[in-house]
Write a protein of this length. Structure first.
Length: 306
């Protein structure tokens, strides 16, 4: 009887460590779409561009469902705007994902959340802007949680950024659970854009993510005559389970107010299960990006924003 009790205890302990590893290896899907939604990793960006901006991202993998294959459909949105002549900023974040992976336990991990974002912007000299931001909201954590079920818990995040003309620097911790578990990593950002010939612009940047490990992302986007942007994003932090992603992106402005974009992850994989056979095949996320900007009387809408 004692042996049976010990065996059950060992199984529970092993299951606990399995769940703990899965949770630690995951990250919120919201943090992965920062190429199109920078507010996702730094709340100081709310209102920083001095225009009302509504952005949405739809992600799907694979584009067409395969028999026996896992699939994922995800939606993300952000809204931010300047207040008080650009001295303050207000924003909102929302996301809803339905992810399924062929795990040994057969569980489906999902994530959804909503957050309000506030920021304060200080200006001095010629184009210097220092921003402080905070976001607070509620998140549903994956079914692979400590109790084996999904959890709705509050979180708070903070961030700081500095802008001067073409340079942007930032540091943030965007989502920390109020119960002290599942804290988001620390992010450090840097980007710079410079002219290349007549009306051509090249923007380069990097993002460092620090938690149990340190991972670094690199990106470059080339804008041809401010009309078509073609980019490459190497994201070591690029998937739910920590696998790297290599995004090819394209963006096209449609007048002053609209911008559309598309990206694909060339390193993405998908799992198919037929009977007792499990296989992995190349299948990255397809992402569609929509953005709408509106001038709030600060005269910034006509300025090109790479």
């Amino acid at each position: 009887m004692r042996g049976v009790t010990l065996s059950v205890s060992m199984k529970k302990l092993a299951l606990f460590f399995l769940f703990s590893f899965a949770v630690n290896a995951q990250q919120e899907s919201l943090r992965m779409v920062y190429p199109f939604l920078p507010l996702a990793i730094n709340p100081a960006d709310a209102g920083a561009m001095k225009v009302f901006s509504a952005k949405g991202v739809f992600r799907k993998k694979p584009l067409f469902q395969n028999i026996g294959g896992a699939s994922s459909s995800q939606q993300f949105m952000s809204i931010d705007m300047p207040l008080s002549q650009g001295d303050w900023g207000l924003g909102f974040l929302g996301f809803n994902t339905d992810q399924s992976f062929a795990t040994n336990s057969g569980l489906i991990s999902s994530n959804l959340g909503l957050a309000a974002v506030f920021s304060k912007h200080l200006h001095w000299g010629r184009g210097n802007q220092l921003s402080f931001g905070i976001n607070s909201g509620i998140n549903q954590y994956p079914i692979l949680g400590r109790s084996g079920t999904s959890e709705m818990l509050a979180s708070v995040g903070v961030g700081v950024s500095y802008r001067k003309e073409a340079l942007t620097l930032g540091i943030s911790k965007p989502s920390n659970r109020l119960d002290g578990l599942g804290d988001a990593p620390l992010y450090v950002q840097a980007s710079y854009y410079f002219p290349v010939g007549d009306l051509h612009t090249l923007k380069v940047g990097t993002v460092l993510r620090k938690d149990q490990q340190t991972k670094v992302d690199f990106n470059a986007v080339f804008w041809f005559q401010e009309k078509v942007g073609v980019g490459l994003w190497m994201q070591q932090t690029g998937s739910e389970f920590g696998d790297p992603a290599l995004l090819g992106t394209i963006e096209v402005p449609l007048g002053l107010n609209f911008r559309v974009g598309y990206s694909y992850d060339f390193l993405g994989k998908n799992v198919s299960t037929l009977g007792s056979t499990t296989t992995s095949e190349a299948s990255g996320f397809h992402q569609i990006f929509l953005r709408y900007d509106l001038d709030f009387g600060l005269g910034k809408l006509g300025q090109f924003q790479p």
